[in-house]
Design a protein around this ligand. Structure first.
Ligand SMILES: N[C@@H](CCC(=O)N[C@@H](CS)C(=O)NCC(=O)O)C(=O)O
Length: 204
């Protein structure tokens, strides 16, 4: 089994944390450039995106939500996604919100990489609003809880940790630690786990 990744991708980090938490062996293939038309990942995923998981028989799975679901069921111990309907939907909603904040962060970063005269301020403003509202919602919903969703470590914590690490990497000017001490405490706790420490994005 091999997983196509880039070092900075928060979605790939989510899958790598799940692999580590569940002690699943998997070869990591780092893609040098996703923009290259001959990127090796497009052989397995027509969208050319990471993460993409390729099984030994050539079957490929994407996107990150599909991959983590597959992995959690492949090794059904230390489940990261609850099986009962309500708790499962709750964890999945946390994941969708955290991934959505990642999407908005990526959109801002991409817009700001365009030449200044081509950047659209309204696009940036709209995405920044999603980031601001999304972080506030994550913090409000966590309240003073020990973990993001319920009383145990789940995929919700992994997804939140990955978006916070990504914001640190790409938009360190967003001072979420000061604004949301409960998210800061959660991230600090997550970074004590080898799965998070070993997958921390490299300094840009
Ligand atoms: N919803 C997807 C998002 C994956 C994604 O956008 N990955 C980025 C890297 S962080 C990518 O591959 N971008 C290349 C592209 O869009 O062509 C997931 O959760 O896997």
């Amino acid at each position: 089994m091999k997983l196509f990744i880039t070092q900075g991708s928060p979605y790939a980090r989510k899958v790598r944390v799940v692999l580590a938490e569940k002690h699943i062996e998997c070869e990591l293939v780092t893609v040098a450039s996703l923009a290259a038309p001959d990127s090796p990942v497009s052989e397995f995923n027509p969208l050319g995106k990471v993460p993409t998981l390729v099984l030994d028989d050539g079957t490929s799975y994407y996107d990150s939500a599909v991959i983590v679901d597959y992995l959690d069921n492949k090794v059904p111990v230390s489940r990261l996604i609850p099986q009962d309907n309500i708790n499962r939907a709750s964890v999945r909603r946390w994941e969708a919100l955290a991934d959505g904040v990642c999407d908005a962060t990526v959109a801002v970063v991409m817009e700001k990489r365009r030449p200044p005269e081509k950047q659209d301020e309204t696009v940036i403003e709209r995405q920044l609003l999603k980031i601001t509202r999304g972080l506030k919602c994550l913090s409000d919903d966590m309240r003073e809880g020990k973990w993001a969703a319920g009383d145990r470590f789940t995929l919700a914590d992994i997804a939140v940790g990955c978006v916070l690490g990504y914001i640190d990497l790409r938009m360190p000017e967003i001072n979420w630690r000061e604004q949301y001490p409960n998210l800061a405490a959660l991230y600090e706790k997550l970074m004590q786990r080898p799965s998070f420490r070993d997958t921390a994005p490299p300094a840009s």
